[in-house]
Every structure is written in structure tokens, then in C-alpha cells.
Design a protein. Sequence first.
Length: 163
Amino acid sequence: MEAKIIANLDGLKELTRKYPEASQQARKGRITQALLLLERAVKLFTPVGAGPIHLRDTIFPKVQISGVAVSGILGSPAKYGEAVEMGTNPHFPPVKPIQHWVERKLGIVGKDSKSVAFLIARAISKRGTKGAEMFEKGFDENEAEVIRILEAIPMDIVKQVNA
């Protein structure tokens, strides 16, 4: 999922042309602030699995600077992150990870855990999985605050220049 934010940044182009370093510093600071807010929100909506590393532990923000451009990304390198976010079409998943989940989350062990895991896998093969939509929900819940944070960039530049 890629979210685009429409914010009123009147004067930013002119301020960036006049004060490129102050502009870059202000944009980096505000984008970082917005990403940290979104990271916290997304993690609250992220389901916790049964493994030693949870998907929510892999979600992180990254600010990128390329020339005068400053952008931010919030994501996860976990291969299954997209499937958790968006859900999956029907497919027959591997039973072993599901069995591990059954043992850890449901407390069912031995042969019973394998039987339950197989039943879950069979259900997924018929229905797929529903997405948690943690990034979408986290963004939707905080969009107005993110816009408020980003719209402060021009004023931050002016404050730096006048300091």
C-alpha cells in the first residue's frame, strides 16, 4: 500500500530555493515525526503471531534524502508482511508453521496439533485469509495529524532562518 498525503505547503518551494539546508533539515525532522506517529499506530493494529520474532517488531520508518528531495517510508522487510496486510487468495499453505502457531497460541500439542493445523490449512485453501490492514488503519486513523505535522514545515524553516 502506498499512501499519498495532500498537505498545504504554501511557500515551501520558495523557502527551499532560498534556504535549502534549513528546508532539508525541517522536512527531515517533520517527516521523521510523522513516521514515528504512524509506526506506533500501525504496530497497534499488527497481529502478533507465535514465533520468536513478531511482524510488528520488523516494522520500521526510514527517511530518505536524495539531492533536495526528502521522503519517508514505513514498512517491513518480512516476506509475509504484505499477506498479513492485504490477506491472501485461496492457497494451500505449508502446515508446519501453522502447526507451530497451533501449539503456541492454542496450546494443542502432539498429533492433535498437526490435525488442527491441517484443518486450518485446508480452510485457507478454500477461503484464503483476511487482511489485517494494519498500515491502512494506522494511516487512516492518523492522516489529519500527519497533515498537521507536515504543514508545519514552512514555519520550521522560517524559525531556523530567524534563529
